[in-house]
Unconditional design. Structure first.
Lengths: 89, 363
């Protein structure tokens, strides 16, 4: 028996979209090689290529690329700052 | 994998850990709400990276764990009826009711099936008009949009043979209930990112203010959790108690409007019993009057009974963060994932199961 965990919500990439009626909209989502169908009823703007968080067969949120980068930019600046401090006596 | 691996980068995690060490001057106790976060913390040993002064306690954020025994018994009763196809998420199958679990009822011949999405259960009902298809609708605000749309679809399709046994719970009332307890040790929260992806985080603002606790909406990967801790500690150190959003890539302040609208179309807020905690007012969702034809408890006439938990199980204390799982006397002796005494040992999101899997020998 494969454990289907209701808590696990994971990011996946929309490969294709089907269905015209907003509530019927569904998509094929690629989770690092495993492709599954999910309802896109709650992410009306999402298009193929977008990443979404999927939970129990529903995309709940579209991931924002710019926001996703922020932490890495921040950590990079911190790193540079501390290198700067170390190199100036 | 994009949006996954980069948040597990060890060097960056170390950098964040150093930052946390740098800003921490006093002891602080934080609670993560979501079982998915608990799982990540124990799996990646994040708590062991933190300064000694910081204690992470594990909250009640595992829907499997807080579903009361009485509801499991109702599920078992319905599943055992002839002509019923009982459908559920996989992680509910081994949760012990007062005498059995869904898996053993299935072994005795009941038609119990695991589905991936509640919509699959609606499909089953359409394909099997001669059967009664029941879905076990449990979970937090993250699963409620899915069950809401399933009920809405069934209503649109005028399906007479579909119903749901519903035990949905809501996170913010549980946080308030914990904070109101005189034994509460929590000084700051990492709020569950995916719950907020649906609901937004405006409703936490009054909670943060009333109890003067920082609440940081936090994601699930190691870097997310470390950043969430870092933001909460900075608030505590500077005496602030605000709602902040760490998980900006997935969470907007008003959440997902379409999902919220669908939930409010189908559900209303009701009091709910929490396993190990007791009844919390306005802490759950039940079907609105217009959708009560889809209420399996009414349809099958099963009445919720209060049932005593196994007296050996300390899940109530674990779920409220008052003891760690390995402090329960039954942990890893009488209680293990193959023969769980309580729900937190069943689900992989349960704190007891996470400790069993990753930390049998506590250090
Ligand atoms: S270890 Fe088992 S018996 Fe103890 S609290 Fe956890 S689930 Fe209950």
């Amino acid at each position: 028996m494969t454990a289907i965990n209701m808590c696990l919500a994971i990011p996946g990439k929309i490969v294709s979209v089907s269905g015209k009626d907003p509530l019927e909209r569904a998509g094929k989502i690629d989770f690092g090689g495993v492709v599954k169908e999910a309802s896109l009823a709650y992410v009306p703007d999402a298009v193929p290529g977008d990443y979404v968080i999927v939970h129990v067969g529903f995309a709940l949120s579209r991931l924002d690329e710019d926001e996703a980068k922020k932490i890495f930019d921040y950590l990079k600046r911190m790193e540079e700052l501390s290198e700067l401090k170390e190199s100036t006596p | 994998m994009k949006y996954l691996d980069e948040y597990r980068d060890a060097a960056l995690a170390q950098q964040l850990t150093r930052e946390i060490h740098r800003v921490t001057t006093r002891p602080w106790t934080l609670m993560e709400i979501c079982g998915g976060q608990t799982h990540a913390i124990v799996k990646f040993g994040l708590d062991e990276l933190l300064p000694e002064q910081i204690t992470l306690i594990h909250g009640p954020g595992c829907p499997v764990c807080v579903t009361p025994v009485g509801i499991i018994d109702q599920a078992l009763e319905i599943a055992a009826r002839p002509g019923v196809i009982f459908t559920s998420f996989g992680d509910m199958l081994r949760v012990p009711g007062s005498r059995a679990d869904l898996l053993s009822v299935k072994a005795r011949g009941a038609d119990v099936r695991i589905v991936y999405s509640p919509l699959d259960a609606v499909k089953l009902a359409a394909q099997n008009p001669a059967k009664e298809v029941v879905f076990f609708g449990v979970g937090f605000e993250t699963t409620a949009p899915a069950t809401a749309l399933a009920v809405y679809r069934a209503a649109q399709q005028e399906l007479k043979n579909f119903s749901m046994l519903i035990s949905h719970v809501l996170v913010p009332p549980a946080m308030e209930s914990l904070l109101s307890s005189p034994n509460c040790r929590v000084q700051g929260f990492l709020a569950a990112g995916h719950v907020c992806a649906v609901m937004g985080f405006e409703e936490y603002v009054p909670v943060a203010k009333k109890f003067h606790v920082p609440i940081v909406v936090t994601g699930f990967e190691p870097l997310d959790i470390l950043q969430g801790v870092w933001m909460a500690v900075q608030q505590l150190e500077s005496g602030r108690a605000e709602v902040e959003n760490q998980y900006t890539r997935a969470v907007r302040s008003d959440g997902n409007q379409m999902a919220r609208q669908m939930m409010m179309e189908v559900f209303q807020v009701v009091p709910r019993q929490w396993r190990g905690i007791g009844e919390i007012p306005r802490s759950g969702l039940g079907l609105r009057e217009g959708y009560q034809a889809f209420d399996a408890a009414i349809k099958f006439g099963v009445i919720g009974r209060r049932v005593e938990e196994s007296p050996e199980c300390r899940s109530g204390l674990v779920l409220q963060g008052q003891i760690k799982p390995h402090e329960c006397p039954a942990f890893a002796t009488k209680c293990a994932p193959e023969h769980p005494l309580g729900a937190p040992m069943v689900s992989s999101e349960g704190a007891c199961a996470a400790y069993y899997r990753y930390r049998r020998q506590p250090n």
